[in-house]
Design a protein around this ligand. Sequence first.
Ligand code: PEP
Ligand code: MN
Length: 352
Amino acid sequence: MIVVIKSGTPETEVSRIGDELSTWGLSPEKIVGKHKVVIGLVGETASLNPEQIQEISPWIESVLRVEQPFKRASLDYRHGEYTEVVVPTPNGDVIFGNNSPIVVVAGPCSVENEEMIVETAKRVKASGAKFLRGGAYKPRTSPYAFQGHGESALGLLAAARDASGLGIITEVMDTADLDVLAQVADVVQVGARNMQNFALLKKVGAQSKPVLLKRGMSATITEWLMAAEYILAAGNPNVILCERGIRGFDREYARNVLDLAVLPVLRQLTHLPIMIDPSHGTGKSDYVPAMAKAAIAAGTDSLMIEVHPNPAKALSDGPQSLTPDKFASVMDELSVFGKAVGRWEQPEAILA
Ligand code: PEP
Ligand code: MN
């Protein structure tokens, strides 16, 4: 349920309304948007009478029920205002969402050694990426496949961050690694296979770094938003949703079915920013540029693209990785689409 406060309401009155609701045994959450202040009420609200709440103050504009099972993640909970997730990086704050310039995240599937990660960071930065991605802990189908270099790879990501000024996005698989990982990561990634690892969701929700929540490969949109709700409910408001393809019946050519319909669907359901990952979404580097362009046209806030200096030799996901040269030319192509939707940072700003 949300209590919408009238514009111009004195701060003391907003607090008084919150205090009054607390005496009813509720936990009011004040949400300050650009246009409105809203008080969110989550919990046992089914028996509450909206008219009774309305009577608390003449400054209350309306009292509305959030009908969906996800509450804090819903667009209604923010009264229709889209969230901006602001991530500080050495190169300055990067904003995801709410119509800000499209943020491109690029880098290898796995961090393999210092030279490759530093080199990739510099190259993708020169092409306009704002974040470096790279796995230290890899969720592999086979226990015999390369599992990532673990904690030592976090040190290499830190070196790449220092060398490039890019923000770092890397995946956490185990609650035990979260503290050390969050010292290096500017955004903590929860991968598709852990989307419903509720212990992990609660833990990333209880720390302060923004979270990138990938969609499980067989997850419905509601399940995905409920997973986001776990993070929000644990106190972390900075969640970015990443579509990375779902399982279809035909894996002969593309690894997954990249569900671009999530863009218009999620825009109606949630205020959270959206990222599209055409690399895992298709599994093949040849298919990445077309799906990245489509994602921009359909309104994505961000893209995740795998880039490796030598895809043929990559320890994971080589077939879907672009070379740095190819990434540079793809970024040129994407800029046309990004400008067409009014969401591409101008080159002057990139150089600055
Ligand atoms: C990844 O980003 O490298 C990854 C493993 O992605 P996903 O969880 O989407 O498979
Ligand atoms: Mn990968």
